[in-house]
Design a protein around this ligand. Structure first.
Ligand SMILES: NC(=O)c1ccc[n+]([C@@H]2O[C@H](COP(=O)([O-])OP(=O)(O)OC[C@H]3O[C@@H](n4cnc5c(N)ncnc54)[C@H](O)[C@@H]3O)[C@@H](O)[C@H]2O)c1
Length: 249
């Protein structure tokens, strides 16, 4: 029987490319996103690989909408084998003291609460059914400190904490939970950030030992490796994928 993956933020960037790569491995995909149009596009894309897929619209910062995408996945496929807990937003790039509290709340609600709700409802299904594998999306900003991303960094460090602590509680039940910490990667989110802050792109590339941004394909390969059975004994880890960026800090 085909395995089943749920991917949040599946309409764009890392989520979309990971959905495509996992579909090419014959895995059925539940695409979750707040943006219906892009989410549907990903569904059509992955179906070309011959797998089954459907879209669930959800704002991951709303617990009831998270429970709904989990319920729909289980209703259709009976279980969830793989979960890419990935939806997230960046901030405005302002210094922290110039950042509005509404922005702080929004980033925390989506990046941190959204990830916690996702793990809560998905892990419940996985533990009940004998196990599963989760990859949470952290960031370079989740493993080092950086200017202009204080709130984002707080949420991405939080992702690292929730990843490690979930393993302490549920690895014995067959759950694997890992996090990825990508450096700047050429997805729509980053393209927009660099359009709004053009001086940042050049300095970002200069700060990366490999002197280029990452590609979504490179990150998707890592996620697929971690999620699937190719990595059965990697658990509670945070894998940096950043061209050497954080290793030089
Ligand atoms: N691109 C990078 O350089 C980079 C680096 C490190 C970490 N990340 C992280 O990777 C993840 C994916 O980012 P990306 O670069 O692919 O961005 P992206 O903007 O291309 O994709 C993010 C997707 O999440 C969806 N989304 C946003 N808010 C949502 C919500 N409340 N509920 C449901 N879906 C929502 C968006 O509609 C979009 O489809 C994020 O968690 C981001 O913080 C990205």
């Amino acid at each position: 029987m085909s395995k089943v993956a749920v991917i949040t933020g599946g309409g764009s960037g890392l989520g979309k490319v990971t959905a495509k790569q996992m579909a090419e491995k014959g895995i059925n995909i539940v695409v979750v996103d707040i943006d219906q149009e892009s989410g549907q596009e990903t569904v059509e894309l992955v179906k070309q690989a011959g797998v089954d897929a459907f879209f669930v619209k959800a704002d991951v910062s709303k617990a009831d909408e998270v429970k709904n995408y989990v319920d729909q996945a289980v209703e259709k496929y009976g279980t969830i084998d793989y979960f890419f807990n990935n939806a997230g937003i960046s901030g405005s790039g302002k210094l922290f003291l110039e950042t509005d509290v509404n922005e702080i709340n929004k980033i925390v609600e989506i990046n941190m609460l959204g990830a916690l709700y996702g793990m809560h409802y998905v892990a419940e299904v996985m533990v009940k059914n004998g196990g599963g594998s989760i990859v949470n999306t952290s960031s370079s900003a989740g493993v080092i400190g950086q200017s202009t991303v204080v709130t984002y960094s707080a949420t991405k460090h939080g992702i690292v904490g929730m990843t490690k602590s979930m393993v302490a509680e549920y690895a014995k039940d067959g759950l694997r939970v890992n996090a990825i910490a990508p450096g700047p990667t050429e997805t729509p989110m980053v393209k927009k950030y660099f359009e709004d802050n053009p001086e940042m792109k050049e300095s970002a590339e200069k700060g990366i030992p490999q002197r280029r941004l990452g590609t979504p394909e490179e990150v998707a390969e890592l996620v697929t490796f971690l999620l699937t059975s190719d990595a059965p004994y990697i658990n509670g880890d945070v894998i940096r994928i950043d061209g050497g960026f954080t290793s030089t800090k």
